[in-house]
Design a protein around this ligand. Structure first.
Ligand SMILES: CC(C)(COP(=O)(O)OP(=O)(O)OC[C@H]1O[C@@H](n2cnc3c(N)ncnc32)[C@H](O)[C@@H]1OP(=O)(O)O)[C@@H](O)C(=O)NCCC(=O)NCCS
Length: 161
């Protein structure tokens, strides 16, 4: 089995990214223009997990340097490749990019019935902060989950005078 690598997506990856959207979200997928915007804008990024040239999963994120917040808009792994650590690896990598921008608070919305995704986020320290009624349509609430970096215990560089 080949190793799974993660890298930032660019526009040539759009067709494959759209396949992941279709596989994971069906009629609720992001449309082409939305995915393209995530790929090309300066305040967003898309990560892809690859085995060889095949994209197995993706993560789409937003960066707000103004209030030091990162938002995970979507993490998706091809159905037949789930449960093998790809989602967790994508989430870890999103946080690395957030940290490289100096962001200290990361958040997302997830459908309240999506127990697998909630378990993934909870396993990485995200906590449910609120419930958002009808977020995904009538009778389909979401949880707003957040993770704050523990700056109290963050390493600091001490420079001698
Ligand atoms: C949510 C999703 C991204 C997880 O991806 P994945 O690659 O299957 O997840 P991983 O294999 O990395 O598992 C990470 C954690 O998720 C949970 N999890 C994943 N599969 C699980 C399963 N079959 N049973 C129980 N928990 C599971 C566990 O907490 C796991 O942690 P562990 O490895 O320490 O046990 C994937 O299920 C998916 O694409 N779902 C459809 C799209 C979606 O709903 N995205 C989230 C909302 S944007």
């Amino acid at each position: 089995m080949q190793a799974v690598n993660i890298r930032q997506a660019d526009e040539v990856d759009l067709p494959e990214l759209l396949k992941i959207e279709e596989d994971c979200f069906g009629s609720e997928r992001f449309n082409t223009e939305t995915v393209r915007a995530f790929v090309i804008r300066d305040d967003t990024f898309v990560l892809i997990a690859l085995e060889g040239n095949e994209i197995l999963g993706s993560a789409m994120c937003m960066v707000s340097e103004l209030d030091l917040r990162g938002k995970i808009a979507s993490i998706a792994v091809l159905k037949q490749r789930r449960g093998t650590g790809i989602g967790a690896a994508l989430l870890d990598e999103c946080e690395k990019v957030f940290r490289s921008h100096g962001l200290v608070r990361y958040s997302l919305e997830v459908e309240a019935s999506n127990s697998l995704a909630i378990a993934l986020y909870a396993s990485r320290g995200y906590v449910v902060k609120s419930s958002l009624q009808d977020f995904y349509g009538a009778g389909r609430p979401a949880f707003y989950m957040e993770k704050k970096l523990d700056l109290q215990n963050a390493p600091v560089n001490v420079r001698s005078a």
